[in-house]
Design a protein around this ligand. Structure first.
Ligand code: SF4
Length: 317
């Protein structure tokens, strides 16, 4: 598969990476996500689907500590924008409702929360991103999210986590892969940009099983973005307790980079990769500890992809 000169100029790294996609989409402006905690809960924690949550989850582990301490939504947005301007010279922002299940509330309440977050410097906001579970999406909520698409790009992120119901059951996910398929059917012709989030490295899933995730992503054209995560074990999670008692094999960085090199050629080339790995706060991380900063991990993986000559989607042509 040939990579065009224009693609190279846009920052193609062997995969369709989100940074380059953002620069291209917003004409070189520096666009950053502002993570906010809307104070939502999760049906897999409050008992409506289950208690205790998914076994790998400690909500705090994927919320930056700065967002956790900010008291109000307004302050989180203002402070998040300020940090991104100072630290990253950000020009524009995507408001990202990340922790917990951000469509798990009555629609009028969701509207109030999204409206408030988007009302702060709307001229500098280009997008709204909402993370949720596939079983917490319905036509009314999709219509609400679509109502923002005349002013903002709206990205709906759903946890796929695994394509295997046995895994979803083992991790106490409280929903099935069929729930995701139903949710994807609901947004088939919608104006929303759909992102799915996956986790690789459950010790009972083989490499071949994990590579099959690509087929499942490819078969839904409405999936525009993906976030790939390696399984990491954090404090405050059920898996963390089990791991400390009885540790199991997790990816080394080298193994994970090689796995991604095998996976990416199988993924449709138009799918934009928002993330290749996950990272939790150091104080919460139990394993695997790759002893590198986020930028160093990214660099290592990018180098591996480049040195192996990997091109996303090349196995499909
Ligand atoms: S991973 Fe998401 S769905 Fe699972 S318990 Fe945590 S917040 Fe809830």
């Amino acid at each position: 598969m040939q990579v065009s000169e224009a693609t190279v100029k846009q920052g193609f790294k062997g995969y369709n990476n989100y940074g380059a996609w953002l620069r291209n989409k917003y004409q070189g402006q520096r666009v950053f996500k502002v993570i906010v905690d809307g104070g939502f809960t999760c049906p897999n924690r409050d008992g409506s689907k289950g208690y205790g949550g998914c076994t790998y989850c400690n909500v705090d582990s994927f919320t930056p500590s700065v967002s956790r301490k900010a008291p109000s939504l307004r302050e989180q947005v203002v402070q998040g924008m300020e940090r991104a301007r100072k630290g990253n010279k950000a020009d524009k922002f995507i408001i990202y409702f990340q922790p917990n299940t951000n469509t798990y509330a009555p629609t009028h309440y969701l509207k109030m929360m999204y409206d408030e977050a988007l009302s702060i410097e709307p001229e500098n906001i280009v997008g709204l991103s909402v993370g949720t579970r596939p079983d917490c999406i319905d036509a009314e909520k999709i219509a609400l999210l679509e109502s923002y698409t005349d002013r903002f790009d709206v990205d709906l992120e759903m946890g796929m986590e695994s394509i295997y119901n046995d895994t979803l059951n083992q991790i106490n996910r409280g929903c099935t892969h069929d729930d995701l398929i139903k949710a994807l059917a609901l947004v088939e012709n919608s104006k929303l940009d759909i992102c799915v989030h996956t986790i690789f490295g459950f010790p009972w899933e083989t490499r071949e099983m994990m590579l099959r995730y690509a087929d499942e992503i490819n078969r839904f054209q409405q999936i525009k973005f993906v976030k790939f995560h390696h399984l990491h074990i954090v404090e405050g999670s059920v898996m963390g307790v089990k791991y400390k008692r009885d540790p199991f094999k997790l990816f080394t960085l080298e193994e994970y980079a090689d796995f991604l090199c095998d996976l990416l050629p199988l993924v449709r080339s138009d799918v934009v990769v928002q993330r290749l790995f996950g990272l939790s706060d150091r104080e919460l991380l139990i394993a695997p500890n790759w002893q590198l900063k986020k930028s160093e991990i990214q660099h290592y993986i990018d180098q591996r992809i480049e040195s192996r000559g990997i091109i996303q989607g090349s196995a499909l042509v």
